[in-house]
Design a protein around this ligand. Structure first.
Ligand SMILES: *[C@@H]1O[C@H](CO)[C@@H](O)[C@H](O)[C@H]1NC(C)=O
Ligand SMILES: *[C@@H]1O[C@H](CO)[C@@H](O)[C@H](O)[C@H]1NC(C)=O
Length: 340
């Protein structure tokens, strides 16, 4: 098992070629339903379906309570507190117009329940300077579900067409146009520069920015408006599209058949659709994240209290919305209209 994980680490390390250290957690999926602890906290039935991972005690953020209080959070982070990560969900649209949710799977070597996501926190590359960990109350969104302009897609919000589970090249801003033999990976790299003051502005995004030039990976400088370097938060989400790869089932006009739960088809043969987004609610306990970032520990961090992926899988929550999201559906949950 250890060897297999090492192999996986080598594969994943391609993502961050110069990183000296990073934290990486394979987190199971807590729930998939129309809840949005960030944008519509406390509302049962948000506009579109999300997957939510991580938190279990964040009723204050509108989130659901853990059904299995004895279990930790849905992640190896024991100091998770109310930390939650969420993304939208993909559906397949068949020729007859009906929708089917695309299953997810974890990265190779992990067993996170229902796929979930792999979450990375990376301090500065090459040991240059330090990052300031997120503060209590910090939240952010990268991307915008209503965006349909390629030029407005944040620069590190991409798709990877997986030829095999280790494929890490050829990232694109819109959906792969051809079937992907091992599924579609969604890569969500959040901005890494903060204004140093604002925890959560009304738009949940103007307090953070990408480097003024270059990238986080190339150690690009932060802009004067957002001078404080924060850890690079990065989600990898793998949608297992393999059971939908028969092009005889794809639209007759040759466009791709996948649609985000918020109605964005990103096909570009019909409408360009670039609404990919990721949401983050910081909720680590105490200064655990700052300590881990300062120590530059790599994967196995003695500074952190951790649990196994299997323990994280024990975490479960009630489905508050209680609607069918998995059958062949006549419309997307919530009646979300699909781009034409
Ligand atoms: C629509 O197509 C899917 C995929 O071929 C099929 O499973 C489903 O039964 C169809 N639904 C109807 C109402 O024909
Ligand atoms: C998407 O469509 C626009 C407008 O037709 C075109 O300029 C652009 O190159 C297309 N993008 C891709 C990735 O195909």
């Amino acid at each position: 098992m250890q060897l297999q994980l090492q192999h996986t680490v080598a594969g994943l390390a391609l993502l961050v070629p110069n990183a000296v250290a990073l934290l990486r957690f394979s987190c199971s999926q807590l729930v998939v339903e129309r809840l949005d602890p960030l944008v519509t906290p406390g509302v049962t039935g948000s506009p579109h379906v999300h997957q939510i991972i991580g938190g279990r005690t964040s009723r204050t953020t509108g989130y659901v309570e853990n059904n299995n209080a004895a279990a930790g959070p849905s992640t190896p982070r024991k100091q998770n507190g109310a930390n939650t990560e969420q993304t939208a969900i993909l559906y397949f649209q068949a020729r007859n117009g009906t929708f089917k949710r695309v299953p997810q799977k974890p990265n190779v070597g992990f067993e996170a329940a229902n796929g979930g996501m792999t979450v990375y926190y990376t301090p500065v590359i090459s040991g240059q300077g330090q990052v300031t960990a997120f503060k209590p109350g910090f939240r952010m969104i990268v991307g915008d579900p209503i965006n349909r302009a390629e030029s407005n897609v944040p620069r590190q919000l991409t798709f990877t067409c997986l030829k095999d589970p280790y494929t890490r090249d050829g990232e694109t801003k819109d959906f792969p146009k051809q079937p992907c033999p091992a599924g579609i990976m969604v890569n969500v790299r959040f901005p890494t520069c903060w204004d140093g003051e604002t925890l959560d502005p009304p738009d949940h995004s103007s307090h953070v920015a990408y480097p003024a030039s270059g990238t986080f990976e190339s150690n690009g400088p932060c802009p004067a408006s957002h001078p404080v370097k924060i850890p690079q938060l990065f989600y990898e989400v793998i949608f297992d599209t393999t059971s939908f790869n028969n092009q005889a089932d794809w639209p007759e006009d040759g466009s791709q058949p996948f649609v985000w739960s918020f109605g964005d088809k990103s096909a570009n043969t019909t409408t360009p659709g670039y609404g990919n987004h990721g949401d983050y609610v910081f909720g680590w306990k105490g200064d655990a994240l700052q300590k881990a970032m300062d120590s530059n520990c790599n994967i196995n961090c003695p500074e952190l209290q951790s649990q196994t992926i299997q323990q994280g899988n024990q975490c479960s929550v009630k489905d508050l919305v209680g609607e069918d999201i998995d059958g062949w559906l006549d419309e997307l949950p919530g009646g979300m209209p699909v781009d034409k």
